[in-house]
Design a binder for this molecule. Structure first.
Ligand code: DAH
Length: 340
């Protein structure tokens, strides 16, 4: 009997060690330990063993069962480990494999100029004011000292939704909203799209972008305007840039000036960038008209201010040597991706 048990155990261990998967292991397990398994049958036969021998044989049988069970358990672990290893191998991600480069967009030239200017003015303590592209006649014209039948409205014809609402022709409307909601000192910039009834050509578009500057405080003078704008010109075109002021007219400023920067491409000699004039037209500016201050409940005897508005498209065109404004809006990826 003892020998038989040993033989069965040996055979069982051998077969267990050869199993490759759980299914096979279950079969081998039941072949020996199952209801009619070889070892179980022997165990059932224990009752026929003589009573002296029974405890000894019983102990051997139990030991054999434990050995087989242990072996089954071990084999099960080893099969599971193999499955896991296999999985890990199959799911292996080679992090050194070169990846296809992501297609990264570039910033639009106008956006680049806009962000640069915003940062430049924020550094000097200016606040950034949001404006509205759909404005009312009041903020866009009336409050800026441009009454209904003022001839200046001709040059700034726009798109009307109805008698009151229109697409703003300039960012200057934001001056009014800012002065209405704040008390001086005010140092603000505002930027965004503006609209005019204009035919599209190399220098015109019914939609373009402006950048507005407004400073209101006690004792603000023309020399503040001059200093601020000269510094701005140097920031945009380099340290050598200077500005010149030409008398001009805007209903919302008095006096009004047109500001040119010396052309740093040719050093003022004249080239295609400055159209042979040696100067680049930069912006319109002036001292805020007393009527405009009054419209915003600011006392012009106590406060003065200067304002300026520049076209971002022009600056982008000059900076990047783009000579046709339409190229800014054509959406030609090959052109636009050059700018970073
Ligand atoms: N709003 C003017 C335009 O669109 C530009 C301008 C001129 C803005 C003088 C100003 C200013 O703030 O003071 O042509």
């Amino acid at each position: 009997m003892q020998q038989k048990i040993n033989e069965i155990t040996k055979k069982a261990l051998e077969e267990i060690s050869k199993t490759q998967d759980k299914q096979q292991l279950i079969l081998v397990n039941s072949k020996y330990l199952g209801k009619n398994g070889e070892l179980s049958t022997l165990m059932r036969g224990l009752k026929d063993v003589s009573s002296e021998e029974r405890p000894k044989i019983g102990a051997i049988l139990n030991e054999a069962r434990d050995t087989i069970l242990n072996s089954v358990k071990q084999q099960e672990d080893s099969i599971e480990n193999k499955i896991l290893e296999e999985q890990i191998k199959n799911e292996f991600v080679d992090i050194t494999t070169p990846v296809k480069p992501l297609k990264q967009g570039t910033m639009h030239p106008i956006e680049i100029v806009q962000r640069d200017l915003i940062n430049y003015f924020i550094e000097q303590g200016f606040t950034v004011q949001d404006g509205k592209e759909i404005e009312s006649d009041y903020y866009c014209f009336e409050a800026l000292n441009v009454p209904k039948d003022h001839p200046a409205r001709d040059a700034q014809d726009t798109f009307y939704f109805d008698a009151e609402r229109l697409l703003r022709v300039h960012t200057s409307a934001t001056q009014i909203r800012t002065m209405e909601n704040n008390t001086p000192p005010i140092k603000m910039i505002s930027t965004g799209r503006v609209y005019r009834v204009d035919e599209v050509d190399a220098t015109h578009s019914p939609m373009f972008s402006q950048f507005e500057i407004l400073v209101v405080d006690k004792n603000v003078t023309m020399s503040d305007l001059n200093g601020t704008l000269e510094k701005l010109a140097k920031h945009l075109f380099g340290e050598k840039a200077k500005i010149r002021l030409r008398p001009s007219y805007f209903p919302f400023t008095e006096p009004s000036v047109e500001v040119d920067a010396t052309c740093t491409h040719c050093g003022g000699k004249g080239c295609s960038v400055c159209k042979q004039t040696g100067f680049i037209e930069l912006l319109g500016a002036g001292m805020v008209h007393p009527n405009v201050l009054r419209n915003c409940n600011i006392n012009p005897d106590e406060y003065t201010g200067f304002a300026a508005g520049l076209g971002l498209d022009r600056i982008a065109m000059i900076k990047y040597g783009i000579d046709d404004m339409r190229e800014l809006y054509d959406g030609d990826i090959n052109l636009l991706k050059q700018f970073k």
